[in-house]
Design a protein around this ligand. Sequence first.
Ligand code: ATP
Ligand code: MG
Length: 402
Amino acid sequence: MKYSKLFPKTLKQVPTGVESINHQLLVRAGFIHQEMAGVYTYLPLGWKVIEKISNIVREEMNKIGGQEMLMPVLHPGENWKKTGRFQNFDVLFKLKGAGDKDLVLGPTHEEIIYPLLAEYIKSYKDLPLYLYQIQTKFRNEPRAKAGVLRTREFIMKDLYSFHVNDEDRNEYYKLAREAYIKILRRLEITALVTKASGGTFSDLSEEFQVITPSGEDTIFVCEDCQMAINKEIAQEKCPECGGKLKEEKAIEVGNIFPLKPAYAEAFDLSFVSETGKKKLVSAGCYGLGVSRVMGAIVEVFHDDKGIIWPESVAPFKVHIVGLDGEGDKVYKLLLAEGVEVLFDDRVDVSAGVKFADADLIGVPYRVVVSKKTKDQLEVKKRNEKETKFVTLEELLEVINPI
Ligand code: ATP
Ligand code: MG
C-alpha cells in the first residue's frame, strides 16, 4: 500500500475530550473514527488489525471443532420476553419494527441460538455441537468510554457449545480455555485467567484479564502462584496457596462460563437420550471482545511516539520511509516476496514528518531508503532503538526470521 493513497492520513491533534491512550493513538494514527459516544468506524488500517485478530480467533475456534456461522443483529423481542431478559438486561437496545413489533439489537445471542437449535436437535446423536460467530453486538452502555474498550457497538466472537450432560460440557470448557490461552499468546498479550464466579468458587466461569493501569476492572493476583480472582470476591489471601494478594487494574478481554439450564427450559432445547429419556441440553458460552482486544493491545504496547503493534496483528509488517524519491524498487521487491508493506512515497512531506508518522502508526519494521545510503537499507524495529544497514537480501532475513 502506498501511503499517498491510504485513507486517511495521520492527524496532528486529537479532538478535545479524548483521554484514553488507545482512543488518542488509534484516532491520530488513522485506525478509527468516532461517530458518536461509543460508536466508531474502523478505517482501513483499523479494519486490517480487526481482521487479523479475528483470523487468529477463527483459527483457534476451528481447531476445537467450532463451526462458524452468522446470526442476525435484529432479534424478535418475544424471544427476549421468554427468558425475562427483555425487562432485565440493563443495556438492551429495544426498538419497534413494522406492525409495532418489539425488536432487540443483539447484545449476545442465547435468545437466537437456543430456539434455532431446538428446531434441529432431536437425539443424543445430534450432540455435541460447537457453533460460533464473529459479529457486531449492541449494548446501550451508560458510560461508553475509553476508546474501543467500552463501546455501544462492538465486535465480539461468541461460541456456544451444546452437550448431552454437564460432564461433557466441562471437558469442552477446558479445551476452550486452552484455545483462549493460545489466542492470547498469538496476540502477544499477557492475560491472566481470572476466577469470575460472582460469589461461588466454581472453577467454571473465568475472565481473561489484561493487566494495565487503564483497566476498568480490579482483580487480585497472588504474588506467589499468580492465581487471579475478580474483585467481586473479596479475599485477603490466595484461596489456592495462601499467598499475598496484590490489587491490579485490568481489562476483561474474554469470558467463558457455563450457561444456566433456564435457557434450555425457556426454549425447550432438549433431546432423547440413549436410554430413551427426554433431557435438557447442557451448554457453555465463550465470548471474546475482538474490538476491545485491539484497544487493549494499544494500551499495553505504545510509547510516547505512538503504537507498537505485535507482528501478529500489525496492519503491515514493513513500513518503507522513502526519501529523495527513492523506495519504489524495494517496495516492489518486498511485495513480490509476499511481504505486507506500507510505503511512504509522499514527495511533499519532510523526512521528520515521515519518521514521526511511522512511529505513530507502529508497523514492526521501519526501512529507510534514500539516495545517501545507496544500496544499503536502514532497518529498525519499532520497539528497538538500534538501526542496522543491510542489503535487500539481508533485509528479507531480518524480517522473516526462521
Ligand atoms: P464488561 O464487564 O466489561 O461490561 P461483560 O462481562 O458484560 O463486559 P461479556 O458479556 O462477558 O461482557 O462479553 C464478552 C466480551 O465482549 C467481554 O469479555 C469483552 O471483551 C467484550 N465486551 C463486552 N462489552 C463490551 C463493550 N461495551 N465494548 C467492547 N467490548 C465489550
Ligand atoms: Mg464478562
